[in-house]
Design a protein around this ligand. Structure first.
Ligand code: SF4
Ligand code: SF4
Length: 166
């Protein structure tokens, strides 16, 4: 359409092929949840120490869950044999994957911010306990600890604000 020469895809970023989906061998799954963390579109469901499974219609076949599994019980199955590119994967599927990846990133960031905030609040509470028990008698040490804890709290609040805004 543009009249420009066709440029081959860079195979360093993957080789075009048929669409695949991940399958978990339920007999071997130990419920470690590592594949859930590795999946960029949140299409694996399961609970700690319980069998996990893949929601196949939204799996992109990216293979990121495969090396994450410590018992090697995830395999990829071709679902569009002989068809590649847009013959194997529709624009609607690509949009869904993109939206799910955006939400995945947001969720990971939000959970990280919440964890930071929990830890900073715990540190502040610990500092306050030490102060009331008069265990920190050195005023310099107390001031230094207060600065560190306040900075951690502020970082956690800022990260949470950014996440809420994003
Ligand atoms: S192949 Fe990719 S999209 Fe499919 S379950 Fe594994 S990590 Fe998720
Ligand atoms: S990484 Fe493997 S063993 Fe762990 S929950 Fe996923 S499928 Fe099961």
């Amino acid at each position: 359409m543009t009249g420009l020469p066709v440029v081959q895809l860079d195979q360093l970023h993957g080789i075009e092929g048929p669409l695949k989906v991940a399958l978990i061998d339920e007999n071997w799954c130990i419920g470690c949840t590592l594949c859930i963390k590795a999946c960029p579109v949140d299409c694996i469901v399961g609970a700690p120490k319980s069998m996990h499974t893949v929601i196949e219609p939204i799996c992109t076949g990216c293979e990121l869950c495969v090396p994450a599994c410590p018992v090697d019980c995830i395999s990829l199955e071709t679902v569009t044999p002989g068809r590649t590119g847009w013959a194997a994967w529709s624009p609607a599927q690509a949009d869904t994957a993109r939206q799910r990846y955006a939400f995945h990133r947001l969720r990971v960031e939000r959970q990280g911010a919440e964890q930071d905030e929990r830890l900073a609040a715990k540190a502040a509470s610990k500092l306050s306990d030490l102060e009331s028990a008069s265990q920190l008698t050195d005023p310099d040490a107390l001031a230094r600890k207060r600065v560190v804890v306040e900075a951690a709290l502020e970082r956690a609040r800022a990260r949470r604000r950014n996440t809420a805004g994003g």
